[in-house]
Design a protein around this ligand. Structure first.
Ligand code: A2P
Length: 317
């Protein structure tokens, strides 16, 4: 096992905002397919686009995002704003040549609280409506911290995602499984994924296959609306830390373990609270006065003051 000092985390240098909102690049969609089981009540698509011949070729790493500008205007006649979509491809993209990148998009469909009118998210529906060959305007890449270290083989990873927050972890897990030195160093990767129903286990066959074939990979599912915990609560990703403590505590206690969290805004507070209950303060920056309190007594406002530590990486939206 490699013991590393925190300052040794070396992230790759990345080129940011090659294309800005004022000069987006137009790229064609080359694939769009349903990413859930057919029976899912949600609409989620895996969408691939071809950036060949643009300055995005080979310039996007898992954990980074590309921006999309939906066609058309908003209700005030202004162009739509850029929306960021996390790339789900590994390094080198879907084709290994850095020409095809993918993302995963869930259609935002809701009802207005007061007016009862249907609300549909502009950019998610724009993207999911696009057919093969349609062009989309893109910006980016963005993001320089939510990345795998250059020497990823020296670390263990605990990756925690909800919903489409799985996107960066598909690319990262593929990269980590291709890194044979990680396994030979005795390091491991744990992916904890939370979704409402079994039909929403995104990229399930990929992760099941790695789980079955690679002893260094562990796939843990937190299916919130199907598998209640013994006390009746929903099995949110953070409770997996407790419910699978025998598996996760030893790896979380190692000095060369990194935690990555991606998904719903607010999920991080639940995770930090449970990590603190387990005595794992090394993954967060907490005020001294909070440290003196029992984490179970931390208020919502106090929880919001907690920031990820050097070994924790956070991307929530
Ligand atoms: P639920 O919706 O049952 O309360 P999706 O984005 O596909 O809806 O998935 C998000 C998943 O994250 C769902 O399983 C959802 O559960 C769960 N979830 C909701 N709130 C939190 C939270 N604060 N922390 C962790 N998981 C959450």
């Amino acid at each position: 096992m490699t013991i590393l000092n925190e300052t040794a985390i070396r992230l790759p240098e990345v080129e940011l905002n090659i294309y800005k909102p004022e000069n987006p690049v137009e790229v064609p969609v080359v694939k769009s397919e349903i990413a859930t089981d057919a029976a899912s009540p949600n609409f989620v698509r895996h969408i691939e686009f071809d950036v060949s011949g643009t300055d995005l070729e080979n310039k996007v790493l898992p954990g980074q995002a590309l921006g999309v500008i939906a066609d058309g205007k908003d209700e005030k006649g202004r162009p739509h704003k850029v929306r960021l979509y996390s790339i789900c491809s590994p390094t080198g993209g879907e084709d290994g040549k850095g020409k095809i990148y993918a993302t995963i998009v869930k259609r935002v469909i809701d009802e207005h609280w007061e007016t009862q009118k249907l609300f549909t998210g502009v950019c998610s529906n724009f993207l999911c409506d696009r057919l093969k060959g349609d062009k989309i305007r893109m910006t980016g890449p963005s993001g320089k911290r939510f990345l795998l270290p250059e020497n990823a083989e020296d670390y263990n990873f605990v990756l925690m995602a909800t919903g489409t927050g799985i996107s960066p972890f598909r690319g990262m897990v593929i990269d980590l499984m291709r890194n044979s030195a990680l396994a030979s160093n005795g390091n491991e990767v744990f992916l904890v994924f939370g979704c409402p129903y079994r039909t929403d286990l995104l990229y399930k066959s990929l992760f099941d296959e790695y789980d079955a074939e690679r002893k260094q990979f562990h796939y843990l599912k937190a299916i919130s609306r199907e598998d209640p915990r013994p006390d009746g609560t929903k099995p949110y990703v953070q409770y997996t830390l407790i419910d699978q403590k025998e598996l996760l505590l030893p790896v979380l206690q190692r000095e060369n373990t990194l935690i990555y969290i991606c998904g719903l805004k607010g999920m991080e507070t639940g995770i930090f609270k449970i990590l603190a209950r387990m005595g794992l303060y090394e993954y967060m920056r907490v005020d001294d006065e909070l440290r003196d309190l029992n984490p179970l007594d931390w208020t919502r406002d106090q929880l919001k003051t907690i920031k990820p530590g050097e070994r924790a990486f956070l991307e929530v939206y």
